[in-house]
Design a binder for this molecule. Structure first.
Ligand SMILES: Cc1cc2nc3c(=O)[nH]c(=O)nc-3n(C[C@H](O)[C@H](O)[C@H](O)COP(=O)(O)OP(=O)(O)OC[C@H]3O[C@@H](n4cnc5c(N)ncnc54)[C@H](O)[C@@H]3O)c2cc1C
Length: 464
């Protein structure tokens, strides 16, 4: 259905333009279409107003404008939520992209990140000091949505989830007010920000813990898919004894047209493994020896600056996206067989990827008080479908659902919501756990009783 065209009173708009240091875009304005475009090419929505904020004051003014005009309010950071919760038809988008400043403080091993910074902004600000924050696995996601949702990446087994490394945050609430939170100040809010996402306010800045990261290396190996189960079992058995410095996983994917892929393999289905190691390549090579012995058709074993690793897997924007995830209590041979069989039946030529992430380490051993029950899982399966042709929409979505069904016997009820789209209210409750959800709903009622921030994995405010 075509979106309605919302009329916003001219006086209110004029006031917003005057108040905002950033930019305001309305339908028809030059720049409006660029401003409403997000990573997932399936999302084609037309907000009533896009307020590109340049400061904390802008965020407050924009929220108050939304409340006064009655426009629903969506919040945009890096624009990477698969369901496109950051851009909504006929809504006000509070767009944080102009607020991407990052100040690293290597003496105190902290970094302060503005609410619209991407992982790339963060990593580039840290790299010169050989320190890193726990990031994800690409450079283009927003630090805000990523961290507040949990934050899972290559370094998590060594340093915990990104949210475990959250030290403080500044938020603008649904009332347009500023609130600071850390372990001492507003501790319930601080607790809720460890997985509860953008439910409680707009984070204009986050302070994160930094870690020394003098060396980083990878073993990226691709195999023909025929002996996929042997490769995945070998990876699984290596992970069971790997030190926390190791991260990574396995993937089935059509070989991309990258310089390191021989021409005759481009577009063919491959089974790959990526081992990341927070240490030197010589040590990594030893650890990866059982995989190297399986004769990969592509073998890249090298030292790599962290910042380079973080952008190595960046997808171009605009592809159609649909994904989900299941967190597994175990990954026995039977699950490996199902995982690999599904991989070989991937609808080609879509660039669909079936990913398996090694968990454990400091994710499982880290703080258990936060609303992230999925973190105890030793493995995560993350079917990640990206494709170009709309004619493939239903096949791609069905394939993602089939992967979920395959691994259901081993799946926790809880999943990491940042890896999912809109999968229903019950999925949100079970991903936090019922007790955590009740506590989150109480925090929501304290900071956003009218559920202004509802375009997200929504936590419904507890009744008064
Ligand atoms: C290509 C790709 C790779 C990814 N890789 C990883 C990965 O390796 N690890 C991982 O954990 N996740 C990963 N994700 C998932 C990602 O973490 C989530 O989609 C996350 O929500 C993206 O945040 P964003 O700010 O980019 O998105 P947006 O769509 O801008 O925001 C999503 C939601 O987050 C909230 N939000 C964003 N910024 C703020 C803020 N400053 N204050 C308050 N609320 C805010 C809003 O509710 C918004 O609706 C990936 C996603 C993509 C598309």
């Amino acid at each position: 259905m075509a979106p309605q065209t919302t009329t916003v009173p001219d006086r209110a708009l004029a006031g917003l333009r005057e108040d905002l240091g950033g930019e305001v875009y309305l339908p028809g304005d030059p720049g409006y279409d660029e401003a409403r475009t997000i990573h997932n090419g399936m999302i084609d929505r037309r907000p009533a107003v896009i307020a590109q904020c340049a400061s904390q004051a802008d965020v407050s003014n924009a929220i108050l404008f939304g409340r006064q005009t009655g426009l629903p309010i969506a919040v945009r950071g890096g624009g990477h939520s698969v369901a496109g919760t950051c851009v909504i038809d006929d809504a006000l988008v509070v767009d944080l992209r102009r607020m991407h400043g990052v100040v690293a403080d290597p003496e105190n091993m902290t970094v302060r990140v503005e609410g619209g910074a991407t992982m790339g902004h963060l990593d580039h600000a840290c790299q010169p000091f050989h320190v890193a924050a726990v990031g994800g696995r690409v450079s283009t996601t927003g630090v805000g949505g990523f961290t507040l949702g949990g934050g899972s990446g290559w370094l998590e087994r060594k340093f915990g989830l990104a949210s475990d490394n959250l030290l403080a945050a500044d938020l603008i609430t649904a009332e347009g007010k500023h609130v600071h939170t850390d372990a001492e100040e507003n501790p319930e809010l601080f607790w809720a920000l460890h997985g509860g996402g953008g439910n409680f306010g707009v984070a204009t800045s986050l302070t994160l813990r930094l870690h020394e990261l003098p060396r980083m290396s990878i073993a990226m190996l691709f195999f023909l898919p025929d002996n996929g189960p042997e490769i995945v079992r070998t990876l699984r058995d290596l992970a069971a004894v790997a030190p926390d410095e190791v991260g990574g996983g396995a993937i089935y994917l059509p070989a991309p047209p990258e310089p390191f892929v021989p021409e005759d393999l481009v577009g063919k289905l491959l089974c790959g493994t990526l081992f990341t190691y927070a240490g030197p390549v010589e040590e990594l090579r030893e650890m990866a020896a059982p995989l190297l012995a399986l004769k990969p058709v592509i073998e890249i074993v090298t030292d790599i600056p962290y910042v380079e690793l973080q952008s190595m897997l960046d997808d171009p924007p605009g592809l159609r996206n649909y994904w989900s995830a299941e967190y597994l209590t175990a990954f026995p041979d039977e699950a490996v067989e199902l995982f690999c069989e599904r991989g070989t039946r991937m609808p080609m030529p879509a660039a669909i990827q079936q990913v398996l992430f090694m968990m454990g380490g400091q994710v499982a051993a880290g703080p258990s008080q936060y609303p992230q029950p999925w973190r105890t899982a030793p493995w995560a399966v993350h079917p990640f479908a990206t494709w170009e042709d709309p004619a493939l929409d239903e096949r791609a979505r069905q394939w993602v659902r089939d992967v979920r069904t395959d691994v259901k016997p081993w799946a926790l009820e809880a999943t990491y919501l940042n890896f999912t789209g809109a999968e229903g209210d019950q999925r949100v409750v079970s991903s936090f756990g019922e007790e955590n959800y009740r506590r989150l709903a109480a925090v929501k009622a304290a900071y956003d009783p009218d559920n202004v921030f509802r375009f997200n994995h929504n936590i419904v405010p507890a009744a008064a």
